[in-house]
Design a protein around this ligand. Structure first.
Ligand code: GLY
Ligand code: MN
Ligand code: MN
Length: 433
């Protein structure tokens, strides 16, 4: 794999971050960003989970080694404290994860001595430091780091588009193979074998495949269930290379001629996704885009006869929360949940859904737009749902929709100066099924 970033990309990131910290940090303070240490598998065996460097460390250095630190102070600028591979590591693992390694930094064994000598008034630990960050300057520094890192640079965008291309081949292959009689598991295998052949290192989350009523399970793991005629097949599957990823959902019909109900639900979700993508632009608050989706879904289910009553009552009571129980999307980039947690430590709910990110959109943000409507037994048959929403749901009509499962459509949208760009557009999306 070629280097994802150049050393110039890395230098520019360091400059951007130093500027973001300018008003927070005093001259004699220092910030240390740790790559982290591997986690041992339970049981004390001599095996670790695959080591994933802290995303901030990787973003700032292009390095993926454990136990390293990059440091910044206004007086010293950026200094990298690096760690040579041990002989054991080279014997067992090789150096296959080096990307931009020039090894021109200091040796990490000299870090303590460096810190002592420079008599910094305060040390702040970020990255995988093992210390919780709840308040104060460390929190402010981390928030500024996240806000800086969240704005994707040209190298990252280029790379993410390559991942989308890989996913496009995976989705193309599964779509070709999709027909009644194959299993959910086969769909997964076809998708994953194609993306691995094309350069994916791993999947960013367990690939989701749900047919029929399984489409209503938000994170359905593929089973040996056979896909029947006239069923939705919801596939939510990504591509991961060096922790960068895409997170894509498509919903297919298993037969050439799907029922009118399937078509109606699909078209509702598709049109809501299109409208929300349109709103995914600089200056808009994400909560408002989510709320727009929830409102449009309320209107849609009312006109389909699944909801009943007055639109403003339905909106006020947030009845849609049992059909659209998740947020409209989340930041994506390095891993499937990119930055966003600092500003969202006490998440609020909007239309009954806890948003995974609650920010104002800016140029460079990359966010999933993934509206979905589902008929989820566990929610719709719950006693409290019946109590709260009894007057607003047409239960008789709803019973005719339960077998439909659900629809989700998900793309990764980059906020640009002019509006936005759909980075996962290469994955074919039908306006109709
Ligand atoms: N693929 C899981 C998610 O969208 O969060
Ligand atoms: Mn997804
Ligand atoms: Mn997602």
């Amino acid at each position: 794999m070629n280097a994802i970033f150049t050393t110039t990309d890395i230098q520019l990131r360091k400059q951007r971050l130093a500027a973001a910290w300018q008003s927070i940090l005093s001259n004699d303070e220092v910030v240390l960003i740790h790559s982290g240490t591997p986690i041992q598998k339970p049981g004390g065996l001599d095996q670790n989970y695959p080591f994933l460097p802290h995303p901030s460390y990787f973003w700032l250095t292009g390095r993926r080694r454990e136990g390293e630190v990059v440091l910044y102070s206004k007086n010293s600028g950026w200094i990298e404290f690096q760690k040579a591979y041990t002989r054991d590591q080279l014997v067992w693992e090789g150096n296959m994860h080096d990307l931009l390694v020039d090894d021109k930094g200091m040796d990490v064994s000299t870090l303590d001595e460096y810190l002592k000598k420079n008599k910094f008034s305060q040390l702040y630990h970020l990255g995988q430091s093992g210390q919780p960050v709840t308040a104060g300057k460390t929190f402010d520094l981390r928030t500024a780091l996240d806000q800086t890192r969240r704005k994707k640079d040209a190298a990252e965008i280029r790379f993410i588009k390559q991942l989308a291309d890989i996913a496009g081949h995976g989705y193309g292959a599964l779509k070709k193979a999709l027909h009644p009689g194959i299993t959910e598991k086969e769909v997964q295998v076809i998708y994953e074998s194609e993306i691995f052949r094309r350069g994916a290192q791993t999947v960013p989350y367990d690939s989701i495949v749900g047919a029929g009523t399984n489409a209503a399970i938000l994170h359905a793991l593929p089973t040996q269930r056979i896909i029947n005629e006239n069923e939705f097949v919801l596939v939510d599957a990504g591509v991961d290379v060096y922790d960068y990823c895409v997170d894509i959902t498509r919903t297919y019909g298993s037969s050439a001629n799907m029922s009118a109900q399937h078509k109606a639900l699909y078209q509702l979700v598709y049109s809501v996704q299109m409208e929300c993508i349109e709103l995914t632009k600089s200056g808009n608050f994400w909560r408002d885009v989510h709320s727009k989706a929830a409102t449009l879904f309320t209107e849609g289910l009312l006109s389909m006869g699944i909801l009943k009553g007055n639109l403003s009552d339905l909106i006020e009571k947030q009845v849609i929360s049992v059909f659209f129980p998740h947020g409209l999307g989340h930041l994506v980039g390095i891993r499937v949940r990119d930055t966003g947690h600092e500003e969202n430590i006490n998440p609020k709910t909007y239309f009954g859904a806890r948003l995974r990110v609650d920010i104002q959109l800016e140029e460079g943000h990359l966010i999933t737009v993934e509206p979905g409507v589902y008929f989820i037994k566990a929610l719709l048959e719950a006693a409290d749902t019946r109590d709260r929403f009894n007057a607003f749901i047409n239960w008789n009509e709803l019973s005719k929709w339960m077998h439909i499962g659900g629809v989700r459509i998900e793309d990764n949208i980059l906020v640009t100066k002019e509006g936005n760009e759909n980075l996962t557009q290469v994955v074919e999306k039908l306006a109709d099924i």
